[in-house]
Design a protein around this ligand. Structure first.
Ligand SMILES: Cc1cc2nc3c(=O)[nH]c(=O)nc-3n(C[C@H](O)[C@H](O)[C@H](O)COP(=O)(O)O)c2cc1C
Length: 335
């Protein structure tokens, strides 16, 4: 089984963590584990797997997140993912989107632990890389008016359901539980609200870790700075960062320095831009528009003087006809 550092991961984020974004984020630390956006298993098995799974060798360690609920299809997609070079296959049991729920995948699967265990077992049998599951701490129904109340409490039965879910997937061969420390409201709340309104319950994840001492547990949700991440790492095996890593990727470098102080890696922002200019030149030769790459880079100077000018130059400039990698080099000097 592959072994890699699980302490810091960047979350799967649809429309955000595409290959360009991941290449950009890799520049901040060689340590972090990166995840793809969720890709439906059926899109891989019946669609254009080569395009969907394409990535740069520099993106490793790299996990593929799958959406689905059919063990055979997931197993096949996992095998294709492993053959494409992915270091981990992850099953999405945390996405509350209604579109996803209607296709029987995402957070609604938390109500079907036996089925998820079958999926994990089938994927595990199909690949030699680790199979992991990303989940919520639980789900509540958004039908009717009672969901706010349901969110406010996390009863013993809810905790038992979570432990039962994790116990089953672990028996099926799940190598790590990645837990977004919120319940999901199924139906009635937008995915965005579902990342904001349900309260964060790190205490629930902490007790889960205590109950499953030998299962790597990664906590996710609402972690915004290095202090909070390092604090969480005192009781869990890893932290997964979503929005903050996207909007303020320098945090990844801060964490790298804190966790691997002997490592000489200390990127300069201007060097990161040069790296991206070279990357953009390669991708543009394949027909990729510059903007598809630069749109992920706007947070490079977040919190620094000149951040606004940098953002404006990059986002307006990359839409201009004829814009190319030179814009990225120019952006390095705008501040
Ligand atoms: C734009 C966006 C897209 C997301 N897409 C996915 C996804 O494809 N799969 C998934 O498991 N979670 C997805 N999430 C949820 C994140 O992985 C993460 O669990 C959530 O944002 C909480 O972490 P954070 O508070 O650090 O952002 C998405 C989140 C955002 C903001």
């Amino acid at each position: 089984m592959n072994r890699f550092d699980r302490r810091i991961a960047v979350a799967p984020m649809m429309d955000w963590t595409d290959r360009h974004c991941r290449y950009f984020l890799r520049g901040f630390s060689p340590l972090i584990l990166l995840y793809t956006e969720m890709i439906a298993a059926a899109a891989i098995t019946r669609g254009d797997a080569q395009r969907l799974l394409a990535h740069d060798p520099e993106e490793h360690p790299l996990a593929l997140q799958l959406g689905g609920s059919d063990p055979r299809e997931l197993a096949l997609a996992a095998r294709i993912g492993q053959e494409a070079g992915y270091d981990e296959i992850n099953l999405n049991c945390g996405c509350p989107s209604e579109r996803v729920a209607s296709g029987a995948f995402g957070a609604c699967l938390m109500l079907e632990p036996a089925r998820v265990a079958d999926c994990v077992a089938a994927m595990r049998a199909a690949v030699s890389v680790p199979v992991t599951v990303k989940m919520r701490i639980g789900v509540v129904s958004g039908a009717g008016a009672g969901w706010r109340e349901a969110l406010a409490g996390f009863e013993e039965a809810d905790e038992q359901a979570l432990h039962d879910f994790v116990g089953r997937i672990r028996l099926a061969g799940c190598a790590a539980a990645i837990v977004h420390a919120r319940q999901a409201v199924l139906g009635g709340l937008s995915p965005k609200d579902n990342r904001q309104i349900p309260p964060l319950r790190y205490d629930v994840v902490r007790r889960l870790k205590q109950a499953f001492a030998d299962l790597p547990v990664v906590v996710n949700g609402g972690l915004r700075d290095a202090a909070a991440v390092l604090d969480a790492l005192r009781w869990c095996d890893g932290v997964m960062l979503g929005r903050e890593a996207y909007h303020r990727p320098w945090l990844l470098t801060e964490l790298h320095r804190a966790l691997a102080p002997a490592d000489a890696v200390s990127p300069e922002r201007t060097l990161l831009l040069e790296r991206m200019a070279r990357y953009a030149a390669r991708r543009m030769l394949e027909g990729e528009p510059l903007q598809a790459i630069t749109r992920h880079m706007l947070g490079l100077y977040a919190g620094q003087p000149g951040a606004k000018e940098f953002r404006r130059l990059l986002s307006e400039g990359s839409r201009a006809p004829g814009a190319g990698p030179a814009l990225i080099r120019r952006a390095a000097g705008v501040r």
